[in-house]
Design a protein around this ligand. Structure first.
Ligand code: UDX
Ligand code: ADP
Length: 456
C-alpha cells in the first residue's frame, strides 16, 4: 500500500488529502500538523475550515485510509510520498520584507524530513513557493552524509476556496513538475498515476520543476490582474456614468477575453493573490528586471487603491463625517462560501472606518471568529453580530463586502425601516437589486455605477 504523508493541515493540505483519500482507497493518507487544535478539529465533527461539501468527503475516508495526527516525525518516516503544504506568508522582517516569502516553516520541514527519514521518498512541494525552491529543498535534503534519496516534485495547487471540493474533484488541470532525470521521471509517473485514478490523463500536465513553480505564480498574477483591470475601469465608470457590469458583459463575450474574473469589487483578498504577486515582484527584482517588477506591483497597488476608494466614497457621500455613526459591515470573509479572512479587503475597510470613529458592526455567516483574530487591537471598538438584521438596526449605512448569497434575499424593507435616515447601502460586490433598494428609499452606491440618491 502506498503511504502518503502531508505536512500542514490547512486550507490546501486538508481538502487535497481528503480528496486523494476518497478517490484512492488503496492509498493511506496521513495529514500531520504541529497545531494540535487543528488536528483535533480535523478529527471531530466540526472541521477547522468551512468548505462546502468537505464534511462528506472527510467523513467517507476518515478512519478508513485518511488519518490526522500531530506526530509529524512518524508520519514522515512511514511515508513513500511526503507533501509539504505548510504556510509561506510574506516576510515581515529583514531582507525582502513585505515581498519575499517567509520560508522558515518550509525549511524546518525539509530539515525534519532529512532528519527522520530512513527510506527513499518522493517530496512534493504543494505550498506556493518562490521559483527554485525545489532546488533549495534538494540541497537541504541531500546535505551531509545520508544514503537516503529524496526526489523533489513541484505540484502547485490551483483550488479556490469556497469551491475546493469541486476544483479537486474536477480540476481544469493538475500540474506536476519533475527533474528530467530517470529518477525524476519515475517519481513524476508515481504521482501522475495517483491523480489519474480520477482525473483524465490529458488534464495532468507535466513540466520541469521550475516551470511548474513559476506557472502557479503566473496563474495567480494573471487572475489578480483581471480583477485589478476591471476595478480600474470601475473607477472610470463612476466618473462617466458608464456601468461596469455592462462593460464586463460586453467584453466577456469576446472569446479571447472570456467572461470569468471580470466582476468589479472592493478588491481581491485571500492568502494567495497578493503574496504570489509580491513573490513575482521580488523574483523579477532579484534578477534585475525592474520593469516587469513594476508592472506586476501595480496590480497590488491598484487593489489597495480600490479598497481605500470605497471607504473614501462612503465618507464623501455620508456628508464627510462618519464619527459616531453606526456602520454595518455585511460580510468579512475575502469571498463567499469560506470563513477565511486572510488579506480580506474587509480588514482594511473596517480599520479605515474605525479610524474615522465610525461604530463598526461586523456580521458574517462564517467568518466572525476569524474577523476577531484579524483585528485584535480593535475588539473594544468593533461589534460582532451574527444576525444581519440586528447589525443593521440603527445603522446609518450598510457596507456589503462579501457576496454571500443570503444577502440577496434579506428583507431590505425591514432593514430600511430599522435604520437611521438617510439610509445608505454601499454594495462593494455589485450583487443586490439596486433599483428595488432605491425604491424602498435607500441611498444606493455600487462599485462601477456610483450613487443613486434621493437627496438633491
Ligand atoms: C485563488 C486562485 O483562484 C486559485 O487557483 C489559487 O489556488 C489560490 O488563489 P482563492 O484566493 O481561493 O483562489 O479565490 P478566488 O476565487 O481566486 O478569488 C480571489 C479574490 O478575488 C477574492 O477576494 C474574490 O472576491 C476576488 N474576485 C474574484 C473579484 O473581486 N472579482 C472576480 O471577478 C473574481
Ligand atoms: P494554506 O492555506 O497554504 O493551506 P494554512 O496556514 O491554512 O496554509 O496551513 C498551513 C499549516 O501548516 C498550518 O496548520 C500550520 O500549523 C502547519 N505547519 C507550519 N509549519 C509546520 C511544520 N514545521 N510542521 C507541521 N506543520 C506545520
Amino acid at each position: 500500500m502506498t503511504k502518503i504523508c502531508c505536512i500542514g493541515a490547512g486550507y490546501v493540505g486538508g481538502p487535497t488529502m481528503a480528496m486523494i483519500a476518497k478517490k484512492c482507497p488503496d492509498v493511506q493518507v496521513t495529514v500531520v500538523d504541529i497545531n494540535a487544535k487543528r488536528i483535533a478539529a480535523w478529527q471531530s465533527d466540526t472541521l477547522p475550515i468551512y468548505e462546502p461539501g468537505l464534511d462528506e468527503v472527510v467523513k467517507e475516508a476518515r478512519g478508513r485510509n485518511l488519518f490526522f495526527s500531530t506526530d509529524v516525525d512518524q508520519g514522515i518516516r512511514d511515508a513513500d510520498i511526503v507533501f509539504v503544504s505548510v504556510n509561506t506568508p510574506t516576510k515581515t522582517f529583514g531582507e525582502g520584507a513585505g515581498c519575499a516569502s517567509d520560508l522558515q516553516y518550509w525549511e524546518l520541514c525539509a530539515r525534519r524530513i532529512k532528519e527522520v527519514s530512513t527510506t527513499d521518498k518522493i517530496i512534493v512541494e504543494k505550498s506556493t513557493l518562490p521559483v527554485r525552491t525545489a532546488e533549495a529543498m534538494d540541497r537541504v535534503l541531500h546535505s551531509g552524509q545520508k544514503s537516503v534519496h529524496f526526489e523533489v516534485l513541484s505540484n502547485p495547487e490551483f483550488l479556490a476556496e469556497g469551491t475546493a471540493v469541486a476544483d479537486l474533484e474536477n480540476p481544469d488541470r493538475v500540474l506536476i513538475g519533475g527533474h528530467e532525470t530517470p529518477s525524476g521521471q519515475k517519481a513524476l509517473k508515481t504521482l501522475v498515476d495517483i491523480y489519474a485514478t480520477w482525473i483524465p490523463r490529458d488534464r495532468i500536465l507535466t513540466a520541469n520543476v521550475w516551470s511548474a513553480e513559476l506557472s502557479k505564480l503566473t496563474a495567480n498574477a494573471f487572475l489578480a490582474q483581471r480583477v485589478s483591470s476591471i476595478n480600474a475601469i470601475s473607477a472610470l465608470c463612476e466618473a462617466t456614468e458608464a456601468d461596469v457590469a455592462e462593460i464586463s458583459r460586453a467584453i466577456g463575450t469576446d472569446s479571447r477575453i472570456g467572461s470569468k474574473f471580470l466582476k468589479a469589487s472592493i478588491g481581491f483578498g485571500g492568502s494567495c493573490f497578493k503574496k504570489d504577486i509580491l513573490n513575482l515582484v521580488y523574483l523579477c527584482e532579484s534578477y534585475g528586471l525592474q520593469a516587469p517588477a513594476d508592472y506586476w506591483r501595480q496590480v497590488v497597488l491598484m487593489n489597495e487603491y480600490q479598497e481605500l476608494r470605497f471607504v473614501k466614497t462612503m465618507l464623501r457621500n455620508m456628508f464627510n463625517t462618519i464619527a459616531g455613526k453606526r456602520v454595518a459591515v455585511f460580510g468579512f470573509a475575502f469571498k463567499a462560501d469560506t470563513g477565511d479572512t486572510r488579506e480580506s479587503p474587509a480588514i482594511r475597510v473596517c480599520r479605515a472606518l474605525a479610524d474615522d470613529h465610525a461604530k463598526v458592526v461586523v456580521t458574517d455567516p462564517k467568518a466572525i471568529e476569524n474577523a476577531k483574530i484579524e483585528m485584535p487591537d480593535l475588539l473594544d471598538r468593533i461589534e460582532f453580530e451574527k444576525d444581519p438584521y440586528k447589525a443593521a438596526a440603527g445603522a446609518h449605512a450598510i457596507a456589503l463586502l462579501t457576496e454571500w448569497k443570503e444577502y440577496k434575499t434579506l428583507d431590505y424593507q425591514r432593514i430600511f425601516d430599522s435604520m437611521a435616515k438617510p439610509a445608505f447601502i454601499f454594495d462593494g460586490r455589485n450583487m443586490l437589486d439596486h433599483k428595488a433598494l432605491f425604491e424602498i428609499g435607500f441611498e444606493v452606491y455600487s462599485i462601477g455605477k456610483g450613487l443613486r440618491t434621493h437627496l438633491k
